[in-house]
Design a protein around this ligand. Structure first.
Ligand code: PMP
Length: 395
């Protein structure tokens, strides 16, 4: 148990709702019991609503986001296939490493730190060579840069490439219309805006991608990740029939059903996208009032789910420890070249404006403790409040 009241504001895992946490502590029943099979089946269907992909096949696997990345690429790639990585930070490198492991010819289209290639850059790369897959990170957690996955998917589709999007730091918070935007695989993990403790890898896969996987010439070079074994299991659960390949994470799946209800019924997906946009914008207004600069190179590049922000002049990573003393836990920098220059705050899922106001209050006190006082106390809270009220149309 937490010894004192503190806020977990890292970019995942995040704070979880009491109802979700309750589901984690219910008695675990058999993974082939009618009750669990029905719950798993409903979760698969509801993931179609979360990802806005009703005609796609959902997968729920025990594992983390990295497993979801591995599943996507190991099932689609064969040796010498071309892969284009749209690079926006640390997790684009991970996608490149996985593609190379499966023998792909990988090219990377990149941009300056704090930015991401746009549809025109990807179009240029696609005109030079044929690629089987274009990989995009929706929100890169190392930079908080948001990619234009709609625009990039459109150009990739025109070039007949499959589109794989890593939505680990985005799904359930940042807008994604998977089917309408022509994304073939959108993948995520439970511990971020989906609002469930770590341990579930979640994917939605287009019929086109399933066909490519089914018609491969070589077997999938990965046992646990293979659709060959998992697709019949997902289909069985959807038909409310028991099936077994690997034991599912029973309590996490119960918790997922609770969270999906909170997202889709209690809050509403469209309202949730808007909430994340507004709270992110208001939070950044608060940071700017303290003279702090977000890492993304423009407001349109800022993710709604987390913020990477540079330390102000004269302040270092000691700020994170001072913030922790104020009860606010944030994450340090992740990009090796500028790791010590910035830190990251998650604002997704169960974390809302209430928490962000708490972060800004704690940040002001921590900055003063670190000797930075180029602001009048309350400035960040005031700016955040003003921006939020204006965005809501109240003033
Ligand atoms: N992609 C992104 C964008 C992420 O933020 C993360 C986790 N921070 C991952 C992939 C990997 O997920 P996991 O740590 O759950 O394996």
């Amino acid at each position: 148990m937490k010894e004192k009241q503190e806020l977990l504001m890292i970019p995942g895992p995040i704070e979880f709702s009491p109802a979700v946490l309750n589901a984690m502590s219910r008695p675990t029943n058999s993974h082939v019991s009618p009750e669990f099979v029905a719950c798993f089946g409903r979760c698969l269907e509801r993931l179609g609503d979360l990802f806005l992909a009703p005609k796609y096949q959902s997968f729920i696997l025990a594992g983390s986001g990295t497993l979801a990345m591995d599943v996507a690429l190991s099932n689609l790639l064969e040796p010498d296939d071309g892969v284009l990585i749209v690079h926006s930070g640390y997790f684009s490198d991970r996608m490149r490493d996985i593609a190379e492991l499966y023998g792909a010819r990988v090219d990377v289209v990149s941009a300056e730190t704090g930015s991401v290639p746009g549809p025109e850059d990807v179009q240029k790369a696609l005109e030079k060579k044929d690629y089987k897959i274009v990989c995009i990170t929706h929100v890169d957690t190392s930079t908080s840069v948001l990619a234009d996955i709609k625009g990039i998917s459109a150009v990739a589709r025109k070039a007949d490439a499959l589109v794989v999007v890593d939505g680990v730091a985005a799904a359930g918070g940042a807008e994604c219309r998977t089917e309408e935007w022509g994304i073939d695989i959108y993948l995520t993990a439970s511990q971020k805006a989906v609002g469930v403790p770590p341990g579930l890898a979640l994917l939605t896969v287009s019929p086109r991608a399933l066909k490519v996987a089914a018609e491969r010439t070589n077997p999938v070079p990965n046992y646990y990740a293979s659709f060959t074994y998992w697709l019949p299991i997902m289909e069985a659960y959807q038909a409310r029939k028991p099936a077994y390949f690997g034991t599912p994470a029973v309590n996490l799946v119960y918790a997922l059903e609770v969270s999906l209800k909170e997202i889709l019924e209690d809050e509403g997906l469209e309202e949730r996208f808007i909430r994340h946009e507004k709270q992110g914008q208001a939070f950044r207004a608060g940071l700017r009032a303290l003279g702090m600069q977000p890492l993304p190179a423009g407001e349109e590049l800022c993710a709604p789910t987390l913020t990477a922000v540079y330390y102000p002049e004269g302040v270092s990573a000691a700020l994170n420890a001072a913030l922790a003393e104020e009860g606010v836990l944030v994450a340090g920098g992740l990009l090796p070249a500028i790791k010590g220059d910035y830190f990251r705050i998650g604002h997704m899922g169960y974390s809302g404006l209430l928490d962000l106001m708490g972060v800004l209050g704690g940040l002001e006190r921590a900055l003063i403790k670190c000797g930075y006082d180029a602001f009048s106390p309350g400035a960040a809270l005031q700016a955040c409040q003003k921006e939020y009220l204006a965005l809501r149309g109240d003033v």
